[in-house]
Design a protein around this ligand. Structure first.
Ligand SMILES: Cc1cc2nc3c(=O)[nH]c(=O)nc-3n(C[C@H](O)[C@H](O)[C@H](O)COP(=O)(O)OP(=O)(O)OC[C@H]3O[C@@H](n4cnc5c(N)ncnc54)[C@H](O)[C@@H]3O)c2cc1C
Length: 496
């Protein structure tokens, strides 16, 4: 074997996976076809969940320096310069160490992740390597590639296809995709706006526009602009400099001096692979699912894939649990999460932005504003935006009888002033809630009121390395916890 895991694709998701594997002590080779980083459009924000995952893998400090961290996001009404909607992430400060979102260009995020991968002794990033084909047998996977025009092969126990929407790995193993079209287009561009107020709004929206016109400031003077395009509209005319200028003037409500860095028209759609794992081959990121760039969560969901996958590959390689069951659970859990969270959010945002009339959108916005004044709703929307909500209920590794099982555990503050996630350090743990006898078990005690986690009696939660609760064991004994642990980790014995 050349490496336990070969990651195909050194985009953000492949790089994050390599860091996640390294956190669990697994060596990987990352094969990337480009020789040098390319400037290309992409995400402008990292969600709270992605930051939490990458913090466990020692990447958060470097990432936080690549952009601006916001603990609240306000969308301003372009016409009146008044707040339309504010999402105050501080409503989550009892369940997150650092509530907020990182606004940063994807190129910067990739630059930071690449640097960390290049510096890590367990990660081997090989650029200029184009994978042409993969074949698998019962012992491993053979990767056929071309480097400097010369063919080569490498062998690994597992291969992760993080090679983007046109995934070669996915095609090679014959995984089909399902695509849904929204039937509308959007023009997305990045523009440098002269004299934009450095302390000004983080996002602007023109409510009266006959579709969507939204700008997000993601770097000093630099804006991501998204404008919808009616079905019957002339695309070439919409891309004319005069049309671009008119949209930006409307968005800033004045004549602005603008330099467009890039722009593209997108046919809005989303695509999902029918399986995220097949034998020894797994898919993550855009290779597995691709969302519309409007309300898109592609990068953030890709990082969430890697959180779920990294420990499972590590456990499979170390013989700590049944490899087939571990990878099967990755497939089920992440497909469910994408269908229930990302696809649904993308649907809603795209439909709200593109398909409602200006009048209906105004009414919907007014309704949303009213709802957001309630703390409970702020919390709900902030959790969804941060990719903190959702629950895995269809996995054999999750004992879903309790409503907390399958969900991410809140990152609560412990009596010693440490957060629970810091105490776990990205590893599996037992968390004891209430005055529960531990029978010699090693657990982190959280003195929360039981009702916070819907518990009827003191209990022990089995928390996986990705922070997901696998089971709640009420009236725990060593034997009951050991049984639940075996299920959570596909046969692994409870550590002493
Ligand atoms: C305009 C736009 C706006 C977006 N906005 C957001 C947003 O706000 N939030 C968000 O979360 N996401 C957003 N996204 C989505 C986000 O950019 C993607 O989800 C993200 O890039 C996916 O990362 P990835 O690593 O899975 O795939 P990619 O970024 O596509 O990386 C795949 C890598 O694999 C390499 N590769 C491909 N084939 C091979 C091969 N055969 N051999 C070797 N290497 C190969 C490629 O060169 C590439 O480096 C947006 C996307 C666009 C286009």
């Amino acid at each position: 074997m050349d490496a336990p895991v070969i990651v195909v694709g050194g985009g953000p998701v492949g790089l994050a996976l390599a860091l996640g594997l390294a956190h669990h002590g697994v060596r990987s080779i990352v094969l990337e076809r480009t020789r040098a980083p390319r400037a290309r459009p992409g995400a402008v924000a990292l969600s709270a969940r992605a930051i939490e995952v990458l913090r466990d893998w020692s990447a958060a400090d470097a990432l936080l320096s690549s952009g601006t961290y916001y603990s609240a996001l306000t969308v301003y009404d372009a016409k009146r310069d008044r707040p339309l909607v504010t999402l105050d992430f501080m409503s989550l400060n009892d369940e997150l160490e650092r509530p907020g979102t990182l606004i940063a260009p994807q190129a910067e995020i990739e630059h930071v992740l690449r640097g960390l991968v290049l510096d890590h002794p367990l990660c081997d990033l090989r650029r200029g390597c184009t994978v042409a084909h993969v074949t698998q047998d019962s012992d491993g996977v053979t990767v056929h590639l071309e480097r400097d025009g010369a063919p080569a092969t490498l062998r690994a126990a597992y291969v992760a296809g993080c090679d983007g929407p046109e995934s070669t790995v996915r095609s090679a193993v014959g995984i089909a995709t399902r695509r849904s079209n929204y039937g509308v287009r959007a023009i997305v561009s990045d523009a440098i706006v002269a004299d934009d107020d450095p302390f000004g709004p983080s996002a602007r929206m023109l409510v009266d526009y006959p579709g969507l016109l939204l700008g997000v400031r993601f770097a000093p003077g630099t804006w991501r602009i998204a404008a919808s395009l009616a079905r019957e509209a002339d695309l070439a005319a919409a891309l004319e400099p005069a049309a671009i200028q008119a949209r930006l003037d409307a968005l800033f409500d004045r004549r602005v001096e603008v330099r467009t860095i890039w722009q593209d028209a997108f046919e809005l759609s989303r695509t999902r692979a029918e399986r995220f794992a097949l034998g020894r081959v797994v898919l993550a990121g855009d290779a597995a699912h691709r969302a519309s760039p409007i309300g898109g969560e592609g990068l953030n969901c890709g990082v969430a894939d890697t959180a779920n996958l990294a420990w499972k590959l590590a456990y499979a390689l170390e013989g700590r649990g049944d490899p087939d069951a571990l990878l099967e659970s990755y497939d089920r859990e992440r497909r469910q999460a994408i269908a229930e969270n990302s696809d649904r959010t993308t649907d809603r945002v795209t439909r709200f932005a593109m398909e409602l009339s200006a009048r209906m959108r105004k009414l919907a916005l007014r309704g949303a504003l009213r709802m957001l004044r309630e703390r409970g709703m702020q919390r709900k929307i902030s959790r969804a935006f941060g990719l903190l909500s959702g629950r895995y209920t269809e996995s054999a590794l999750i004992d879903n009888r309790h409503p907390m099982a399958g969900a991410r555990i809140d990152d609560v503050l412990l009596p010693n002033g440490t957060r629970l996630s810091r105490a776990r350090g990205g590893r599996a743990a037992l968390v004891a809630v209430g005055k529960v006898p531990l029978d010699g078990l090693r657990a982190i005690r959280v003195p929360l009121p039981l009702k916070r986690w819907v518990l009827r009696t003191p209990a022990v939660a089995i928390v996986r390395p990705d922070g997901v609760v696998a089971a709640i064991v009420e009236r725990p004994t060593r034997e009951r916890v050991a049984t639940a642990w075996r299920r959570a980790f596909a046969g692994e014995r409870l550590p002493d």
